[in-house]
Design a protein. Structure first.
Length: 288
């Protein structure tokens, strides 16, 4: 039985930057990690030479962490046809994020496909395709863009496997695309992975191909199947439940794929501030 690649989203800040990320992941008993190269809600970024990449990797070899995933910030919206400046910012920033991902020696950049901002799925998808072609046609062939399966709130694109396939079909460099399969989002989008686990995976395989899944976000959901809400719950405390999440973590078909927890932090007793990361316990539970 191969060693399960399991970790969580970690921070990257302070003087140590990437080194701090690795130490945080190690403290959770993780052997993979996911990070943002800066705050997910803005485009402020440090220079690559300030990310402390070398020291981070030196430490990670000792800590048994051999793989990292980078997540692009939510602010990137390639699906916007309404504001040209938003689309332009998205493509320019995505190019730089790919460069940063390569510099950090990660092969996978997770990307939310975007929102059509009430222009409709077809127009939004065409815009995403246009943006991805602009970006992928001119840069680093080492990094895959992993389009995330979305919950379908508001005007989000990528809420169905078919919508993701539409993006694949329009992109010139299809071999640069992959999928990030988020359990909470898939549940909220209406795929019943609890009662029909194999059926959902067969459907994904038929439409896109299981070999396209490059990373799995392991999250429980605060909402029932089909709610289109996207609110993560801690492992075993939501509508998906421990058994199904454990099943996907231990699924041999995904043994080589990083599984990343993005579950909510916990509050100390008597406090409503979320200060306690749940990852050490959740990783240990899921590994068993």
């Amino acid at each position: 039985m191969s060693k399960i690649k399991l970790g969580s989203h970690v921070g990257m800040a302070g003087k140590e930057m990437f080194l701090a990320s690795v130490k945080e992941a190690e403290s959770y008993g993780a052997n993979v990690l996911m990070l943002y190269t800066g705050a997910p809600q803005n485009t402020r970024r440090k220079e690559i030479e300030d990310l402390n990449i070398e020291k981070g990797w030196e430490y990670s070899k000792k800590a048994g962490i051999e793989e990292i995933v980078v997540h692009a910030p939510y602010i990137i919206n390639l699906g916007n046809t309404v504001k040209p400046e938003t689309f332009e910012l998205a493509t320019e920033f995505l190019k730089k994020e790919i460069e940063r991902t390569a510099a950090m020696r990660s092969k996978i950049l997770v990307l939310h496909p975007g929102s059509h901002v009430n222009a409709g799925v077809e127009a939004g998808t065409a815009q995403v395709v246009k943006g991805l072609n602009l970006v992928l046609d001119e840069n680093n062939d080492d990094v895959f863009i992993a389009l995330e399966t979305m919950a379908g709130k508001g005007s989000e694109l990528g809420r169905t496997f078919e919508e993701l396939k539409m993006i694949y079909e329009g992109v010139n460099k299809k071999d640069r695309l992959r999928v990030c399969f988020d359990t909470c989002h898939v549940n909220d989008a209406g795929y019943d992975i609890v009662r029909n686990y194999e059926g959902v995976l067969q459907e994904f395989d038929k439409i896109i191909g299981l070999d396209q899944i490059a990373v799995i976000h392991v999250n429980d959901s605060l909402n029932p199947c089909g709610a289109h809400k996207d609110r993560h719950a801690n492992i075993g405390e939501g509508y998906i439940g421990f058994e199904t999440l454990r099943k996907i973590v231990h699924d041999e078909r995904f043994s080589g794929i990083p599984k990343i927890l993005e579950t909510p932090w916990l509050c100390e007793e008597g406090s409503d501030k979320k200060t306690i990361p749940p990852y050490k316990e959740e990783i240990a539970q899921l590994r068993e």
